[in-house]
Design a protein around this ligand. Structure first.
Ligand code: FAD
Length: 457
């Protein structure tokens, strides 16, 4: 009992945290609201596929799950920009083949993590157990069995709240002391499909993240293993041009044929899917504290949900688990056993070190929406990207593109944001009066970079 950790929420972060804890010999009980997705058909979840990058990869490697995931992941080397006329422009994400991201099935990833957790004899998985609250005085969490309706109280040495952006654990903390804000984006999203072509071939470039930027809205598509693409359409919830008004077969078809003609031609079920599928909402959750004494810690979306435009929510949640594990490891290095871990210290240090970084990625994610839906289509953006690449090659370790810091390195998000802002100003100045990368004034770059940036790696 003294080393029992109850993990509430068996999604991406919860199941990974379960593995980390099991590997350190804690007794782990995981509680998940839904049925076991490895045996039951689970419909209508959030986003079918996700972009996995360095921070997530590191955590999956540490927990020995990475090889399995990479076998079912698809490399995305860059963005493929689709203009209204159907013209394609490819913008590479990284400097070479070592800097790519991976399209991964959310369900397969979650199943692999649950199975990897279950392999440890000190892990018990409990499905269809919905947490409804927590009694901080008695240290028990209340669960309702979704099949029987029966209520029970679970005791544990401590609790990890990884129950996602609408977290019941967080709500229980808010009732006591915590203060959180939830900023719902005025854009929603809808998932659509480009089905596989003949012989399960992908109908558009397989190894890219496709974007149809249309200034105030956009469509994106990530590849799936079966040859299909999951497309996500981001559009305002309300207003003259919004999900509210795009509400009939004809309107949907006309809108897509006019604005995304090449994609619409590949979507035979477009109107039906559009009208049948739910419109998702996106929220930024910020607040503190993430822990109460040594009793409970929130992590992942439960602590800091972010909008999806930097492809970092899951990667950040996985990095949370890595950090918590590091803090446990440090205590164990000082001779503390699983029963004697000072959870209050672990939780407080985690919160102190991590909050500024999760705030930074939350802001970067909101900012990146404008980049994706608008800037990527502009010639000036492409010029800046080309100049950025020259600076990266000329000043290795000194000028590291923001996208690279966030996606391909594990540089703290707050530092990535800070350096990204400085670099953006340098780029603006260097690109102000040029129209090709060949015109770049490297002497001026020397001065600007030398004055404002120091080595990062
Ligand atoms: P979740 O994955 O939401 O897991 C929470 C779990 O808790 C679920 O299994 C849920 O059933 C369970 N649960 C909820 N309430 C209870 C309860 N009361 N009791 C018990 N169990 C409960 N991130 C990326 O890194 N890359 C991407 O490309 C990306 N794309 C995205 C696209 C979209 C459209 C969206 C919406 C998000 C995207 N994200 C992406 C973000 C990513 O999905 C989340 O950050 C990630 O799922 C967070 O993991 P989590 O475990 O904290 O929460």
């Amino acid at each position: 009992m003294n080393n029992k950790v109850a993990v509430v929420g068996g999604g991406l972060a919860g199941s990974l945290m379960g593995i980390y804890l099991a590997r350190r010999n804690f007794h782990v009980e995981l509680f998940e609201r839904r049925p076991d997705m490895r045996t039951a058909e689970i419909g209508g979840g959030r986003s079918i596929n996700l972009a996995l990058s360095a921070r997530g990869i590191n955590a999956l490697q540490e927990t020995a799950v990475l090889d399995k995931i990479l076998r079912i992941a698809i490399t995305m080397r860059g963005r493929m920009i689709h203009s209204v006329t159907g013209a394609l422009t490819f913008q590479r994400y990284g400097k070479d083949e070592s800097e790519v991201i991976y399209a991964t099935s959310r369900a397969e990833l979650n199943k692999a993590l649950l199975s990897a957790a279950e392999k440890h004899k000190n892990v018990t998985l409990n499905f269809e157990m919905r947490c409804t609250g927590m009694n901080f005085e008695t240290g028990g969490a209340v669960f309702v069995n979704e099949r029987t309706g029966e209520e029970s109280v679970v005791q544990a040495r401590t609790f990890i709240g990884s129950d996602g952006s609408a977290s019941a654990m967080r709500n229980a903390m808010v009732e006591k002391v915590a203060q959180f804000t939830q900023e719902v984006l005025d854009y929603g999203y809808k998932e659509l499909t480009i089905p596989p072509g003949p012989n399960c071939k992908h109908q558009i470039e397989k190894n890219a993240l496709h974007i149809w930027p249309r200034t105030t809205y956009m469509l994106i598509a990530l590849p799936n293993l079966d040859g299909s693409f999951t497309c996500t359409f981001f559009y305002p919830h309300k207003g003259e041009e919004s999900f509210d008004t795009l509400n009939s077969d004809e309107k949907v078809r006309d809108f897509f044929t006019k604005n995304f003609p090449d994609a619409a031609a590949l979507m035979p079920d477009l109107a039906k899917e559009f009208l049948d599928h739910p419109t998702g909402s996106m929220v930024t959750v910020k607040g503190l504290p993430w822990h109460i004494e040594d009793k409970v810690l929130l992590l992942g979306d439960a602590a800091h949900a972010i909008v999806p435009f930097f492809g970092q929510g899951m990667n950040c949640a996985f990095e949370d688990c890595h950090h918590v594990d590091r803090l446990i490891q440090r205590q164990m290095g000082l001779g503390r056993t699983t029963e004697r871990i000072d959870w209050k210290e672990v939780f407080a240090e985690f919160e102190k070190a991590r909050k500024k970084d999760t705030d930074a990625i939350a802001d970067l994610a909101v900012e990146n929406f404008i980049e994706m839906r608008d800037l990527v289509a502009q010639p000036k953006f492409q010029l800046k990207k080309n100049v950025e690449r020259i600076l990266e090659d000329t000043y290795p370790g000194l000028f590291v593109p923001k996208y690279t810091m966030v996606t391909f390195r594990r540089i703290p998000y707050s530092l990535s944001r800070l350096r990204g802002e400085i670099q953006e100003k340098i780029l603006d100045e260097l690109c102000a009066n040029i129209s090709t990368p060949e015109e770049l004034d490297l002497k001026r770059a020397d001065v600007l970079i030398g004055k404002q940036l120091d080595y990062i790696e």
